[in-house]
Design a protein around this ligand. Structure first.
Ligand SMILES: Cc1ncc(COP(=O)(O)O)c(C=O)c1O
Length: 549
């Protein structure tokens, strides 16, 4: 053969291999969200370079360049707030201080409640109490006898109110008492739970695990096993527990190699799903519909305004339908991770609420009736953990405490109650109820002249800050002083239990407005024309560089 022709043929053959690969690589890049959240590796590299530094007393109060009279106001405000905490919460804060040294988690949450620059000085002045003694209705009681309205929602576990779960645990414990903590063999209620979960999920089989994280691990493992493909797709900003493969960015020292983090609600992502051969599954966390492509809005990074994307049910439903279609076409396993949202939006969870069916669904949190749990429900062919024709080719998933009798019994009580007319009635008109409450909340915040609004997905709310400011994170302390308890991530996530009556809600609203007014009066929301999100970000970048070099 003519050597030129041979070479050309070789070049063409090489191009035929390289070009599709290059196209797929470009498609992948196009499906990444432009933010750092969308670029896990880059985010990790950047995070590793952020120098640690703390503001001294002067800078703590004037980091936004406020004039002297406002700074003086702030000093008095913080002093009074600190005195209130000392006087009102002595036991709760005392035990918190005493325990922090030996409790790693407490050190972490205490340090990351607010932006790190302010954290040290603030902790010297005010310690947020981490201990509580009791709960009832929509309230929690601390060690000093103070009552707080609970807006923590126990990380999402508390859907129906604490008393509901106390009853699940008490009744469940009574049902499990004769067997006690015997593991391996099942308490009969497991059979009932399986039946009920199959009906709720509309899926064929169920497996029990010990946490939401474990349920997600198993759902992904099964997907990889059955598809023989390597990669999982998670969406930018979505939380799926703390397992390595679903947390490829900052916070995880490992380097997950088989995770794609893609843009949610974007055609570019669908193109990737249509063209790649290595995708085993797509993980969807329906909570992201409140803020697609953004991470959980915690106060620890809150130094500019926070805008709420807002929830668009029709748009998110259309997105899930598109995902469903492409996953079916490509043999990709569609996993709804309902660990957080399951049973909050509807008795049948996000599948029912959005009217889209998944191949595997993970549940957890509230399903344990107040006890720790993770559950996978799935299609028969996907749930199978062994192959008849290759008996040594297994997908192993066992855990000592899986299907623990006390957890299973509390779950059974939970599921029975979920089926009752009384609980079903709670779901009636939920959308309208929470829309009206959020609208009322926003109206009252605006009427009080506060730079605050809320975005919501029914009973899960995010506080948004409508003006630039460096001190928004302080609001959680003013809220605590007014008798509202938030989880450590602060105002990014308020979780109402569904037993909030209109009167409870009105009290929460009044306290919220009072806290906002106190914070405003203390000068923390001072503003002038030079204080913009851009100028704040630039200022912080300058500080970072100055401390780095
Ligand atoms: C959507 C989602 N998946 C998984 C998890 C992990 O669950 P767990 O904390 O029980 O491990 C969480 C926890 O917040 C979650 O919100």
């Amino acid at each position: 053969m003519n050597p030129t022709i041979a070479l050309s043929a070789l070049a063409l053959a090489a191009l035929a291999v390289v070009l599709p690969a290059a196209r797929r690589r470009l498609q992948l890049s196009a499906a990444k969200h432009p933010s750092l959240t969308g670029h896990s590796r880059m985010a990790k590299r950047v995070a590793a370079q952020v120098p640690g530094y703390s503001y001294d007393e002067t800078r703590f109060f004037n980091s936004d360049g406020a004039p002297a009279d406002v700074v003086a106001q702030r000093r008095v405000g913080l002093q009074q707030l600190a005195e209130l905490f000392r006087a009102r919460f002595p036991r709760s804060t005392g035990l918190t201080a005493e325990t922090a040294d030996g409790l790693s988690d407490l050190q972490f949450t205490a340090s990351y409640r607010v932006p790190f620059q302010y954290s040290r000085y603030l902790r010297e002045q005010i310690r947020m109490p981490a201990f509580v003694a009791g709960s009832s209705g929509v309230q929690m009681t601390d060690l000093d006898g103070n009552d707080f309205l609970d807006l923590t929602g126990s990380y999402g576990v508390n859907v129906f109110g604490v008393d509901f779960y106390k009853q699940c645990i008490a009744e469940g414990s009574a049902r499990a008492a004769a067997l006690g903590p015997v593991l391996g063999a099942y308490l009969p209620c497991v059979a009932d739970n399986v039946k009920r979960l199959r009906a709720i999920s509309g899926l064929d089989e169920v497996s029990f695990h010990m946490s939401g994280t474990e349920a997600v691990m198993q759902a992904v493992r099964l997907s990889r096993y059955h598809t023989r493909r390597s990669h999982l797709v998670r969406f930018c900003g979505a939380y799926h527990g703390w397992w390595d493969d679903v947390q490829p960015g900052p916070g995880n020292p490992a380097r997950p190699e088989a995770t794609y983090t893609l843009k949610e609600m974007d055609e570019a992502t669908l193109r990737v799903l249509r063209s790649r051969q290595d995708i085993a599954c797509v993980l969807v966390n329906p909570l992201q519909s409140l803020h697609p492509n953004q991470g959980a809005p915690g106060d620890s990074s809150l130094m500019t305004s926070r805008q709420g994307a807002g929830f668009d049910r029709a748009a998110y439903t259309a997105w899930l339908q598109q995902l469903r279609q492409v996953c079916t076409e490509r043999g990709i396993v569609l996993i709804f991770d309902e660990v957080f949202m399951g049973f909050r939006l509807a008795p049948g969870g996000a599948q029912e609420f959005f009217g889209v069916k998944a191949d595997l669904v993970t549940y957890g949190k509230t399903l344990g009736g107040g006890l720790p749990v993770g559950v996978v429900c799935g299609r028969k062919d996907l749930m199978k953990r062994f192959r008849e024709d290759r008996p040594a080719d297994l997908c192993f998933a066992r855990g000592t405490f899986n299907a623990h009798p006390y957890v299973m019994a509390a779950m059974q009580v939970f599921l029975e109650r979920l089926d009752s007319a009384e609980v079903r009635a709670i779901y009636d008109g939920q959308d309208a109820r929470w829309d009206a409450r959020a609208a009322q909340f926003n109206q009252r915040l605006a009427a009080a002249g506060l730079p605050l609004q809320v975005a919501h997905l029914q009973s899960v709310w995010t506080v948004c800050y409508t003006q630039p400011g460096r001190y928004h994170w302080l609001l959680q302390y003013y809220l605590r002083a007014q008798g509202l308890a938030l989880s450590w991530i602060g105002t990014g996530r308020l979780i109402f239990s569904l037993n909030y009556s209109d009167a409870d809600f009105e009290t929460a609203l009044q306290r919220f407005v009072a806290a906002g007014c106190a914070m405003k009066a203390d000068g923390w929301w001072w503003q002038d024309a030079t204080l913009t999100d851009k100028s704040i970000k630039r200022g912080i970048l300058r500080e970072l560089l100055a401390h780095r070099f």
